[in-house]
Design a binder for this molecule. Structure first.
Ligand code: GRF
Length: 205
């Protein structure tokens, strides 16, 4: 299966996928990353792709007259690689209706909180501020909401007293350790086994 991965930052989730595919081999893993896209240039996530010899592309919102024009341009850029599955690994933009029309049902996102709790761009900070005793991460299909699509898998992370001292930086790192393993496992199973989405339920064969 062909994967396109979208990033916006350090790309450690991308790196986990790269390492897993390298270790197992694309055939055994069930997928290969054919391109990495981003909404901004000069980020470590793109450098990781370049080091792995994987084609990259950047589509910045500010380079387009409207948000919808950016959405269509992103969809075109992704479609050029003919992916079977698109993975948002720390991609920090909400895609629009053109992108979802093309890739809905095969577009997976990872979020650093236990959805439906704490959706949006500050899931770690929000869980901490709320006083949650456990939080974690969620891998889900993207739908037309923000972090609202059908859940595929979740991982739990305990909140510790010292997490209140660094605005959740250590907590996010602990979440990312679980998240990287969860994403690698889920993407591999989706690619190898195939899946069905039945309402809010995801069935992996
Ligand atoms: C991940 O925790 C992701 O869930 C969140 O931002 C982080 C991205 O980390 N949206 P990285 O870029 O994969 O290192």
């Amino acid at each position: 299966k062909r994967l396109v991965v979208l990033v916006s930052g350090s790309g450690t989730n991308l790196q986990a996928l790269l390492d897993a595919i390298e270790t197992a081999g694309p055939e055994a893993y069930g997928a290969e990353i054919v391109a990495v896209g981003a909404d901004r240039a000069g980020i470590e996530g793109l450098a990781r792709a370049e080091r792995a010899g994987i084609p990259t592309f950047v589509r910045r919102v500010k380079d387009h007259d409207t948000r919808d024009a950016w959405d269509a341009a992103l969809a075109e850029a992704v479609a050029a690689y003919e992916p079977d599955l698109v993975v948002s690994a720390g991609f920090m933009k909400i895609v629009g209706k053109v992108f979802l029309a093309r890739f809905g049902g095969r577009f997976v996102n990872t979020h650093p909180a236990l959805l439906p709790s704490f959706p949006g761009a500050h899931g770690v900070r929000d869980a901490l501020a709320y006083g949650a005793r456990v939080t974690g991460c969620t891998v889900h299909f993207v739908d037309d909401g923000v972090d609202t699509g059908p859940i595929i898998a979740q991982g739990v992370v305990e909140v510790r007293e010292e997490d209140y001292e660094d605005e959740g930086a250590a907590l996010h790192e602990r979440i990312k350790e679980v998240e990287r393993k969860l994403l690698v496992d889920v993407v591999g199973r989706l690619a190898r086994n195939g899946y069905r989405i039945e309402g809010r339920k995801v069935v992996i064969q």
